[in-house]
Design a binder for this molecule. Structure first.
Ligand code: MG
Length: 385
């Protein structure tokens, strides 16, 4: 009992700006918009629980967006935002929270610092409103011409989160159910609660239009850091009539020996991606001792590594591999290999390079004992906070 809970309002259905799903579930840098704020609240040590209010039809989207996050069971929203907030508050009442923060899923960049400021403000106020001062000069218009200049000195732009004493805001929402108020601070004002301003963040903007999504993508890109990984793999020639290299079957008078399909190209690329993630190597993810990987087509390994990048909120920038052998000749298959690797890793072909070299008949590759591959991967990963 007691404690501070967060409600994230994600029940809106109106703005289907493409992609066939409500905007709070649309991908932002590969992850659903809702996931950003849900992760920030769930990871904040002053927040005891996160309740997301959704439209019940969006359950599958919610599950995808919050996979692996410590959020509570969802609550069903209502027809208007105000109904959804009230229903979210009602769903928390059995827990008797002291305080609650209410946040819109459309603001992905709420910071931990802003959450802390809002909660602390509730130590000596009924409400806390994240807001920014208006800096542009404001004009009043009449029939397309300026009718006057508005004094902006006491004007603020309201954001979320908005924080409140729990019992007070629940009672206020019950009292004005059905009235069209634009935010929870307005509900609190009507009930006579004292709502104090808390400095918001310019980055905590509301993502609504396609332009907002582009701005959000650019902001995230600025928070990404490059990472480079290196991979190396060798397989020995043995009996057979073909080899697999970079996902392409190449006829040859010998085969390559290995637990899987012995595709040294895909193995080196997989290790390069895992190396850039500092996430072990192909052997830790797919132990050779595990019979389920016997004779596996190696595209599964690279696809897995690419999914690990996506799970970290990152992306692969480019892949570059060098196959080292005297034979078979790689040149005739190079374009097919680029196409195949790009497809497996989910990249445009312009970001995949496959090269080949011999070692002038020196060493084990020169003697035709096996094939080696070296690979480099560049990723962009979110800066660790
Ligand atoms: Mg290997």
């Amino acid at each position: 009992m007691g404690g501070c809970y967060a409600i994230i309002v994600a029940a809106g259905r109106g703005h289907r700006a493409g992609g066939g799903r409500p905007k709070q579930y649309r991908a932002l840098a590969g992850r659903p918009l809702l996931r950003y704020s849900a992760a920030t609240f769930a990871g904040h040590d002053m927040i005891d629980g996160v309740r997301v209010v959704i439209h019940p039809d969006d359950r599958a989207f919610f599950d995808e967006a919050t996979d692996g996050l410590a959020v509570m069971e969802w609550a069903a929203g209502g027809p208007e935002r105000q109904d959804s907030v009230r229903l979210g508050l009602e769903s928390l009442q059995p827990l008797s929270p002291d305080r609650v923060l209410i946040h819109d899923a459309a603001r992905p960049f709420v910071s931990a610092g802003l959450i802390t400021r809002a909660i602390r403000t509730l130590n000596d106020a009924d409400g806390a409103l994240a807001a920014l001062p208006v800096v542009d000069t404001l004009k009043r218009e009449a029939r397309g011409t300026v009718a006057g200049t508005v004094d902006r000195s006491h004007l603020w732009r309201a954001q979320t989160p908005q924080g409140f004493r729990f019992e007070q805001i629940l009672a206020a929402h019950r009292d004005c159910a059905g009235e069209a108020l634009t935010d929870d601070a307005a509900v609190a004002e009507k009930a006579g609660m004292e709502v104090r301003l808390v400095p918001g963040d310019e980055d905590n903007f509301k993502v609504t239009t396609a332009e907002d999504f582009a701005r959000a993508e650019a902001l995230l890109a600025g928070r990404m850091v490059p990472r480079v990984g290196y991979g190396y793999d060798v397989h020995r020639f043995g009996p057979g009539d073909h080899v697999w290299l970079c996902g392409v079957k190449v006829a040859h008078e010998q085969g390559l020996v290995g637990h899987s399909d012995a595709d040294a190209g895909l193995h080196a690329l997989t290790d390069a991606v895992l190396g850039a993630l500092a996430d072990g190597d192909i052997g830790t993810h797919f132990p050779p001792s595990d019979p389920q990987w016997k004779d596996t087509a190696s595209d599964a390994f690279l696809r897995h590594a690419a999914s690990r990048v996506a799970a970290r909120g990152g992306r692969i920038v480019n892949l570059d591999a060098t196959l080292i052998c005297e034979a078979p000749r790689i040149g005739p298959h190079r374009d097919a290999m680029v196409t195949r690797v790009a497809d497996i890793a989910g990249l445009p072909e312009s970001r995949v390079s496959i090269k080949a070299t011999t070692t002038e008949r020196l060493g084990f590759t020169g003697r035709g004992e096996g094939i080696a591959c070296q690979a480099v991967a560049t990723l962009l990963l979110p800066m660790e906070s």
